[in-house]
Design a protein. Structure first.
Lengths: 268, 246
């Protein structure tokens, strides 16, 4: 790990402006550093602005206050250095799996043959061989997300932004996808920022878990979760249980606060 | 084949009923029998009258519709993407939409005469709005996350228009074009009936006022079948283009 952070978020605040009604402070003075090839989870109750922070890093929303730098350069717009995977897949419904995976490669300037062989390689990697010519409407939720992950990995972004990617999947599919994602990440590590509200998922996948508090969203604490999780029984290891417990307590406070239970505000 | 027979059985019933009524009212010319109409139709084809007039009509309808599709699509997508374009254009659309376009027939004739141009303009004006509205609604329904996906892969504005906005708009757009297709037939025949020296509408008016009812009916039925096949053909194309949907 280099000493210089790859992604530097500094003093970022962001207002959410609904079409009608008052503006809401979604993020308040957030600062965060993420290192190259690090797997970081952004964890918090719904409405804590974790997805907003991800979209800001992705360049999808304008940065109003503070700054975000990726490898030294200000983030001004989206770019292929930061690939994104959304909760609801965002596959092009009029393109086949192969068409979806090839699209980014086409934009990156890969020639026809190279494009197809590279697309096939990544479709293979996520276990979708045989479904190259299926349309998204013909796939299950898990398969759609596999296709979306293949599409993003194929154009080889340095940074992978994941917005609750397994949130719409059933629990069996979700745990399968988690271990496969970790396998892919271990074999070719990229920087990953993974948004989730699932504590176990965050502890299992990430090296560091950033716990966010709600309304206005800010970083409550950053927990180191870099311990050995390679055994199939890692869910039962004391370290794992301890970390989940520690983070769960932090999140619970926030969830209660977000529900409006003011009495729980003082620290125990 | 059997399905086809069952599906169009009501049509066969109607034809039988027609034939029965026509024979019962023997001596009245206002309802010629289908046999007489068929004979008249073959004669119209043989003399070349139906084909030359038909070619004129199809050219007018096609030109007006093509203009409406191209300009209507651009206008609708432009309105969906640009707030100022929307503010500028939508009151015009709202004002113009409920106006019966056949009311414009005298105006287009005064401007452009009795020939092709006035018909093409009328069909263009009448067909443009359903296309514009279809393109507008379709383009507006483009999912934000799809645009974000494309832009994160490095797509610029033009690429996103072509690769994301246009395909997203296509289902609604094709619906609008289907409406426009039906409208183009209505406006074509109406305008030719009122102010033209060629075309299907002209023939219908000519034979109608001349009392040659079997030829008149033959022309009316020709237009009806052309409209039917045009719509069918368009639906087949639509299904093809939308095969990615469930």
């Amino acid at each position: 790990m280099s000493s210089q952070a790859q992604i530097v978020v500094e003093g970022v605040s962001h207002y959410y402006r609904p079409p009608r009604g008052r503006e809401v402070l979604a993020l308040s003075n957030v600062s965060l550093e993420v290192y190259e090839r690090e797997f970081v989870a952004l964890l918090g109750p719904s409405g804590c602005g974790k997805s907003t922070l991800l979209y800001l890093i992705g360049g999808f929303l304008p940065i109003e206050r503070g700054s975000i730098r990726v490898e030294g350069g200000e983030v001004l717009s989206p770019g292929p250095d930061r690939g994104i995977v959304f909760q609801h897949f965002a596959l092009f419904p009029w393109k086949t799996v192969l068409g979806n995976v090839s699209y980014g490669l086409q934009l990156a300037g890969f020639s026809g043959e190279e494009r197809t062989s590279r697309a096939h390689k990544f479709i293979d990697l996520v276990g979708l061989s045989g479904f190259e010519h299926s349309y998204p409407s013909q796939l299950s939720g898990g398969m759609k997300q596999r296709a979306a992950i293949a599409r993003t990995l194929a154009f080889d972004p340095k940074i992978l932004l994941m917005d609750e990617p397994f949130g719409a999947l059933d629990s069996q599919t979700r745990s399968l996808m988690q271990s496969e994602l970790l396998g892919i990440w271990r074999s070719s590590p990229k920087t990953v920022i993974f948004v989730t509200h699932d504590v176990q998922e965050a502890v299992y996948l990430a090296k560091r878990v950033v716990v966010m508090s709600a309304r206005p969203g800010c970083i409550k604490s950053i927990i180191d979760t870099d311990f050995d999780k390679s055994s199939p029984d890692h869910f039962k290891s004391p370290e794992f249980i301890e970390k989940v417990d520690e983070i769960w307590n932090l999140v619970r406070e926030e969830a209660l606060l977000a529900q409006g239970a003011k009495s729980g505000a003082s620290q125990p | 084949m059997r399905l086809l027979i069952i599906r169009y059985f009501p049509l066969v019933m109607l034809a039988a009923l027609w034939e029965f009524a026509a024979r019962a009212a023997k001596g009245s010319f206002t309802l010629p029998s289908l046999v007489d109409i068929s004979i008249a139709w073959f004669e119209l084809v043989k003399s070349g009258e139906l084909l030359t007039n038909g070619a004129d009509s199809i050219y007018r309808a096609f030109a007006g519709l093509a203009l409406a599709v191209v300009i209507g699509t651009m206008l609708g997508v432009f309105m969906a993407l640009s707030r100022s374009a929307n503010i500028l254009i939508s009151p015009l659309v709202e004002l113009f939409y409920p106006l019966p376009k056949s009311a414009l027939i005298p105006i287009t004739v005064i401007w452009l005469g009795f020939g092709d141009a006035s018909k093409i303009l009328l069909i263009f004006l009448g067909c443009m709005l359903p296309v514009t509205i279809g393109a507008y609604n379709g383009a507006r329904s483009t999912e934000q996350f799809l645009l974000w996906s494309a832009s994160s892969m490095g797509a610029g504005h033009m690429r996103m228009m072509r690769d994301v906005v246009f395909p997203s708009a296509l289902p609604e757009l094709l619906n609008g074009i289907r409406t426009a297709l039906a409208l183009s037939f209505i406006l074509l025949v109406t305008s030719e009936l009122i102010a033209s020296r060629k075309g299907f509408g002209y023939l219908i008016g000519l034979y109608g006022s001349g009392g040659i009812y079997d030829a008149m009916f033959a022309t009316v039925l020709t237009v009806a079948f052309l409209g039917f096949f045009a719509d069918r053909g368009f639906q087949m194309v639509t299904q093809r283009a939308m095969s990615w949907r469930e």
